[in-house]
Design a protein around this ligand. Structure first.
Ligand SMILES: Nc1ncnc2c1ncn2[C@@H]1O[C@H](COP(=O)(O)OP(=O)(O)OP(=O)(O)O)[C@@H](O)[C@H]1O
Ligand SMILES: [Mg+2]
Length: 326
């Protein structure tokens, strides 16, 4: 009989335990509703960056409020900073805490002193004007989640068979950013005109800034260059050196991803660049050369794709030397 009672006690305990677990589950559901709210706030905020100018956006009331919600949670790792910190953290926090940590590390190491104003919002990243130890820097902060991913995740999250999806997505973003950093480094070592990469930390890439103290340089797409012929020659050689020497293909070469800085073209956005052994590298190369030929034709230069392709593949580049070993 005693055994029977003990069993009944256990049943009761079990029932209690189940109740508690249900309660906890409900609580964790509620937390994710908060997350959803935060996400939507972030989206709104990110959208507002598009229209914002200067640094005024940093002190807006609602972002201050957002910041105060997370301030306590972060004080352990951030320590007490000067007030300036607060404004910077407001905006960084909307991306997420790991992004904030990356910025913090980059600030500690002196690569970035201040984050000044947003420059551009791309499909995969925001670019900011920053100031570092030796002057202005461009800070490209990659989005760690996107709409497509968020949509997928809602069907998978919570299914114990597919845990850690967010984590893996972040890893992928981090790898992508390191790839852009390494591609920039490789291209600049071959003397190519790209912004020099200065540092990378998780989803944050810091590089040379191209522009004035108030605005970035225009894109090739937005300017009428004085001597299109020489620009064409220079860009053709850019593609040739990239292919023949650096063994890479840009993969998204277009007047959108070329800036006009100091009366010269500077090529940006090299995250998607692939090595020659990539199965689609030739296809990407043809596409890149096609874009250049299109630009040349529009600028009044008579050149054909076959001719340009031949030059890129066969151009004599014996004068081009690597600056130092990677
Ligand atoms: N080093 C830099 N200095 C100044 N401005 C820059 C720099 N790098 C990028 N930008 C600005 O940020 C914009 C977006 O940069 P980039 O093309 O690298 O990002 P992206 O997210 O891949 O953009 P998209 O999806 O539009 O191609 C550029 O068009 C340019 O205006
Ligand atoms: Mg781009």
């Amino acid at each position: 009989m005693a055994v029977f009672f003990v069993t009944e006690d256990w049943d009761e305990e079990l029932a209690k335990d189940t109740k508690q677990r249900r309660h906890n589950r409900r609580r964790s559901k509620k937390k994710s509703a908060d997350e959803i709210h935060m996400d939507s706030e972030s989206r709104k905020f990110i959208k507002s960056l598009e229209s914002s100018k200067g640094t005024s956006w940093m002190s807006e009331k609602k972002y201050k409020r957002m910041f105060s919600e997370i301030e306590n949670g972060l004080s352990g790792v951030m320590g007490d900073g000067p007030f300036e910190w607060v404004d910077r953290r407001v905006f960084d926090a909307v991306f997420d805490r790991l992004t904030l940590m990356s910025l913090y590390k980059l600030m500690k190491s002196g690569v970035i002193d201040t984050l000044d104003f947003p420059i551009a919002r791309g499909k995969e990243a925001h670019v900011f004007h920053g100031t570092g130890e030796s002057g202005p820097v461009a800070v490209k902060i990659f989005h760690t989640s996107n709409a497509v991913f968020k949509n997928l995740v809602q069907y998978i999250e919570g299914d114990p068979r597919f845990g850690g999806l967010r984590r893996r997505h972040r890893d992928l973003v981090d790898i992508w950013v390191r790839k852009e950093y390494r591609n920039l480094l490789r291209l600049s070592k071959w003397g190519l005109s790209v912004p020099m990469p200065l540092a990378v930390n998780k989803n944050v890439l810091v590089m040379d800034y191209l522009g004035t103290s108030s605005a970035p340089s225009p894109r090739l797409k937005d300017v009428k260059v004085p001597d299109p012929n020489s620009v064409y020659e220079e860009l053709l050689e850019f593609l040739a050196v990239t292919w023949q020497k650096a063994n890479l293909v840009h993969g998204d070469f277009s007047p959108y991803n070329i800036m006009w800085h100091g009366d010269k073209p500077v090529v940006i956005d090299v995250g998607q660049a692939v090595i020659q052994s990539h199965p689609r590298s030739q296809e990407f190369l043809v596409r890149d050369v096609t874009r250049l030929v299109e630009w040349a034709n529009k600028s009044g230069i008579e050149v054909e794709l076959a001719e340009a392709m031949f030059d890129v593949l066969e151009m004599d580049l014996s004068h081009v030397q690597i600056h130092e070993e990677e």
